[in-house]
Design a protein around this ligand. Sequence first.
Ligand SMILES: Cc1cc2nc3c(=O)[nH]c(=O)nc-3n(C[C@H](O)[C@H](O)[C@H](O)COP(=O)(O)OP(=O)(O)OC[C@H]3O[C@@H](n4cnc5c(N)ncnc54)[C@H](O)[C@@H]3O)c2cc1C
Length: 416
Amino acid sequence: MSESRNSYVIIGNGIAAAGCIEGIRSADREGKITVVSKERHPVYCRPLISYYLEGKSKLENIGYRPDDFYEKNGCEVLYGESAVKLEPGRVLLSDGSALECTAVCVATGSSPFLPPTQGYETVPEGRRFSFLTLDDALAIERAADGNSRVLIIGAGLIGLKCAEGLHGRVGSICVCDLAPGVLSSILDAETSEVFRRCLESNGIELMLADSVERFDGQTAVMRSGRTVEFDLLVTAVGVRANSALVADAGGEVGRGIVVDDHMRTSLDGVYAAGDCAEGYDVSLGARRVLALLPNAYMQGHAAGVNMAGGDECFDCAIPMNSIGLFGLHVMTAGSYPTEAEGGTVLREGEGENLRKFFVKDGRLVGYILVGDVSRAGVFTALIRERTPLDTLDFGLLPSFMAFSAENRRKKFGGVV
Ligand SMILES: Cc1cc2nc3c(=O)[nH]c(=O)nc-3n(C[C@H](O)[C@H](O)[C@H](O)COP(=O)(O)OP(=O)(O)OC[C@H]3O[C@@H](n4cnc5c(N)ncnc54)[C@H](O)[C@@H]3O)c2cc1C
């Protein structure tokens, strides 16, 4: 490798940034890398913040990379600093200074979103929280005690992970959601029901198909008319991509920063990766933000390689989740088309051992595996590669052989 005169700026210091650093260094050992980090922590594994609350992970074990990661990769990290503006060839910081660079990666993640709710400001400071960062987890830990009544708004992954983290160390936990089921953006109705039963059997109170109409101090008045008294409020309704830097500079932004399969934005020399970016989901055949850890790393890596003059394409993104809650495990991938959308579903088992495979146009496009997650890697590869099922040796896929010959003939066009 020849000596490089490049200088790179990475905005954000999460998983996508770590991928970007490693991507750059795989192609350029010399160029200067500066990381602008709003958070005052080295990169950590965000999903572990609930395990920290639960007492299963210690603070020193939630780092995503070893302590000498930045030093070994020759990076300068500006902790507690924010990028406020992108200009051609430079990034302006909140302290008024500017960083000149040959390429920049926007890896700014997302921010919590709460629909405007009457009286939210009457909930005292120190009693209302989000659950996205390590500092959120530390603040909740400081505020919670064995008698705390906790109200969590949002029965998605983040809200339920918070519930699991606090379980056993607070007085009570109530989770509400406008949707009729839990994990509604990840599971279908049947598997969502399996998780609902599991949560309730662990003492989590659920208020589904209901939402907060207004707050009055530490009381939530629900649309259903019920009232909930709480000591701690955690809002986990959803997140929004932090895309303003690119939008303000005139770059293309949808629900996230629009990127191509090389993580290039529409602005010259500006790349984006992770939860802030909107890429192509091959299982859906459409662009979307895939706010998932492996996706953030792989996009960041591709961005880094390409910023340093290499060529790495990332064009096989799909939604994927591996979730453990109260001892129940599920793995999901891809999409779940209904019959009306041209999909068919193959199912195996029941309840906490239920496996569902979603097939469309002769290809596996999604799965939900509750309990038994064996061979998930093979199924994921079939979805990512868009492999026609009639090209497969079904002897390699015992799961599919479990379906009757007639069923297989019907679903896979008579090839097995
Ligand atoms: C509780 C929880 C559980 C999760 N569980 C899972 C899971 O089981 N599986 C899974 O795949 N994913 C999970 N996720 C999601 C996963 O953690 C994210 O997809 C991943 O961390 C995204 O990485 P990122 O680098 O894109 O963004 P982030 O990790 O959010 O990092 C972005 C960083 O940029 C900083 N920043 C923003 N704007 C600026 C600016 N202007 N200047 C400087 N810095 C800035 C932010 O402060 C932040 O530190 C979970 C997330 C949470 C919160």
